[in-house]
Write a protein that binds this ligand. Sequence first.
Ligand code: E4P
Length: 213
Amino acid sequence: MKFFIDTANIEDIREANALGILAGVTTNPSLVAKEGVSFHERLKEITDEVDGSVSAEVISEDAEGMIQEGKELAAIAPNITVKVPMTMEGLKAVKAFSDLSIRTNVTLVFSANQALMAARAGASYVSPFLGRLDDIGHNGVELISQISEIFDLHAIDTEIIAASVRHPVHVTEAASHGAHIATVPFKVLNQIVQHPLTDQGIEKFLNDWNQQK
Ligand code: E4P
């Protein structure tokens, strides 16, 4: 499983990229709004920094508007992936983007049937939202498993991005249930690296080293 970072914050993206683990970036309108910057300028900065896929979401609700917006976003850099919501209009847009060889990430996926339909429309990625499903008492990770099984059974090459990741356990579970990618907030990347036994081990090694005669 690969790591994407789920943010529009350029410092966090640079920091994660320096770790050598970053295969891509996902943004959404809420994450961009939090930054208070021009969307297109920020996307340019991100695509200059990261070689992998950078998901940029359309705001329009009709296919025609999504296609127009998506074309403008895709013109920013070759590694832009147009993020499209899982709706009828969204699927029409995905089909149009697929015909234009523009990569797409179908977002706000909450069922296996939605994922299957998005894949058949030509989506490059589908994003099932783990945390938001868990929030309403459903099992997000089970959904990853189901989608993974269906895609394997039918030789579908659309990649599964585990999204709405809230903590390190989500990352482990996404990896072991067949997600190709987890898109992870910077805070969770940090949490993954931390371990009290690692800290204790470093302290002990340093103490022993400093006490040598
Ligand atoms: C990623 O593509 C999604 O936009 C993101 O993971 C949503 O996460 P949230 O449910 O924590 O807002």
